[in-house]
Write a protein that binds this ligand. Structure first.
Ligand code: ZN
Length: 342
């Protein structure tokens, strides 16, 4: 009799266990997609990801800037709905949509201004959520790219990182505890506008003088090199070029050209100084160097590290510098990750 009861209890327990397994399985199967959207001035890059970070599809649509960019948000809604239909995905299976925008974004997903899109203040999160009934997260594009590197790129596995994006301008992202520091005005992580040249600095696009962007962007590197060549008689292969590009400066340095080496050293000093001050503020696990200028590779990293270690507070002196890995995909990857943090 007792054995029978025991067996019945066990069967009952197994039944409950199987029901529980079914519930867990269903909850794991639900909400298994995220979209990452990277809005640029000419194209909108889109990515469909699994929640685990596998990229399932990527595509682009044209940025329609007509009527002060009024159609952009609805175009994004339409392309997401179309992709879901194409792939047989229900909107209820979408965990969230992340969007990277070229402008400051506050913590409520409000874009303050995005000149390249024709936007003044725009409530992107609320607008898109009303259209597609899926949670939406919005971030600044440079910040979002940093998140991408943190999720699947050069800083994968880290929770605290700082990224410098050295391109035609200088952008970046500061990540603390896995979250981008956006700040009160959405200006958090505007690394390009750290003051590094204290006297006689070049005019920056932001209105200030001596910002990091004026000396560490591709344009800034060329301008500094041309200025130096003009004020010195020092021999350099760079003098033989009709038009100097940032890559030429690195190539000259790699070939041992004295002016090339001097300019790369100066660049490394400015970035090293900025990185040391930031590292003393947030104590990151990794500092990522990305953007077109980072294609210079080891010579750039090595020079930055040399100066960084000179300027850095002792506890953060050995912080690791790494080159970005995701290139142009950092935007959609980071936006997708942003959606996961909702
Ligand atoms: Zn500036």
């Amino acid at each position: 009799m007792n054995t029978k009861k025991l067996l019945k209890d066990q069967v009952h327990d197994i039944g409950r266990y199987l029901t529980l397994c079914g519930m867990i399985r269903r909850s794991l199967e639900m909400n298994k997609y995220v979209f990452g959207i990277d809005v640029g001035g000419t194209t909108i890059k889109c990515g469909l990801f699994s929640s685990k970070g596998e990229i399932l599809d990527s595509w682009e649509i044209v940025t329609n800037k007509e009527d002060n960019g009024d159609h952009i948000v609805s175009d994004i809604a339409r392309t997401i709905e179309a992709k879901c239909e194409e792939k047989g995905i229900q909107l209820s299976e979408v965990e969230g949509v992340g969007i990277g925008v070229p402008g400051p974004v506050d913590n409520n997903g409000v874009v303050k201004v995005a000149v390249n899109l024709g936007w003044t203040e725009r409530h992107v999160k609320t607008e898109l959520e009303e259209m597609i009934k899926v949670p939406v997260a919005v971030g600044n594009d440079a910040n979002v790219a940093a998140l991408g590197e943190l999720w699947l790129g050069a800083a994968a596995g880290a929770q605290d990182a700082i990224m410098f994006t050295l391109g035609t301008g200088v952008g970046g992202g500061v990540i603390v505890d896995g979250k981008v520091v956006a700040g009160v005005h959405g200006a958090g992580g505007e690394i390009g506008h750290l003051a590094v040249v204290l006297e006689d600095g070049n005019q920056c696009n932001c209105g200030k003088k001596g910002c990091l962007e004026t000396v560490a962007s591709a344009t800034g590197i060329v301008r500094e090199t041309e200025k130096f060549l003009l004020h010195t008689a020092e021999e350099s292969t760079l003098r033989q070029l009709d038009k100097i590009e940032a890559k030429d400066v690195f190539d000259a340095a790699k070939a041992g050209d004295a002016v090339g080496l001097k300019m790369v050293d100066q660049l490394g000093r400015y970035i090293g100084l900025a990185a040391a001050n930031l590292a003393a503020t947030t104590d990151p696990q990794k500092i990522i160097i990305g953007g077109g200028v980072s294609k210079a590779g080891d010579i750039l990293i090595d020079t930055i590290v040399k100066h960084y270690q000179n300027y850095a507070f002792s506890a953060v002196r050995q912080t690791q510098f790494v080159l970005a890995e995701l290139g142009n995909e950092a935007g959609i990857v980071g936006s997708a990750y942003l959606a996961k943090t909702l």
